[in-house]
Design a protein around this ligand. Structure first.
Ligand SMILES: C[S@@+](CC[C@H](N)C(=O)[O-])C[C@H]1O[C@@H](n2cnc3c(N)ncnc32)[C@H](O)[C@@H]1O
Length: 223
């Protein structure tokens, strides 16, 4: 059936939407639509609800997550985006999800109970050593970050040094208005990207509009 086109391992384009194959058939996570096509059940990935989803819709060129990958995700919240990453890495993979909010964590823990490849970590992402016992072998293939803090690049770099393997991929979503209320988006994003350049090769900077206003996704590879 020509309707489903593979974009990356585990990520598909269906019509105008993108989707992952549901690891927990029959169950949706955040009200997203489920589609049965040729015996597989797909979950539509809403780009208005997920910055990684928005980046994929906006033409992300490098998405290095596949079956069996291990990733650390900072700013897990209720697990909307992580649920799709969980579909992609499958039962052999693992996603460690950190969030500082106990309230969001409650919903996320419920998701983790249904998806054995998710590990909930209630912690402050700016203190990466406080959760090292949760991350066996201390190295992940990819690091995702979506936290509403002023020092986003700094938090990202601390976690990179603690957990991301050499050659590993980073996906930093920059929320411009948490950094500055008045500076231009271009200037704030450029400054954040500048902080990564010593340790990363910058692969792509994606403006997430119209899905998220004043946000960018920085795709980079650790040197
Ligand atoms: C925009 S939400 C994340 C949404 C989520 N990434 C998704 O797409 O499903 C930002 C999250 O960052 C969390 N956060 C803010 N500061 C944090 C910190 N220092 N450490 C960990 N999480 C933090 C907030 O509790 C909030 O849940």
């Amino acid at each position: 059936m020509g309707m489903v086109k593979k974009l990356f391992d585990g990520v598909f384009e269906i019509g105008h939407g993108i989707a992952t194959v549901n690891l927990t058939p029959g169950k949706n996570v955040y009200g997203e639509e489920l589609l049965k096509i040729d015996g597989d059940e797909y979950r539509l990935w809403n780009p208005y609800r997920s910055k990684v989803g928005a980046a994929l819709k906006k033409g992300m060129k490098d998405f290095q997550l596949r079956e069996g990958s291990r990733a650390l995700y900072l700013g897990a919240a209720e697990g909307t985006t992580i649920s799709h990453l969980s579909d992609i890495v499958g039962r052999e993979g693992m996603i460690f999800g950190v969030d500082i909010s106990a309230r969001s964590m409650r919903k996320f823990i419920y998701l983790c109970e249904q998806r054995p490849n998710l590990v909930p970590i209630l912690a402050d992402a700016s203190q990466p050593m406080t959760y090292k016992e949760h991350i066996p072998t201390f190295s992940v293939d990819a690091l995702f970050q979506d936290v509403s803090q002023k020092n986003q690049a700094e938090i990202f770099l601390k976690n990179v040094r603690a957990y991301l393997k050499g050659g590993g991929y980073g996906y930093l979503s920059v929320k411009v208005r948490s950094i500055s209320a008045s500076e231009s988006v271009e200037k704030v994003v450029e400054d954040e990207v500048g902080k990564l350049k010593n340790e990363f090769e910058i692969l792509q900077v994606i403006d997430l509009g119209p899905f998220e206003k004043d946000h960018a996704m920085v795709v980079c590879r650790k040197k």
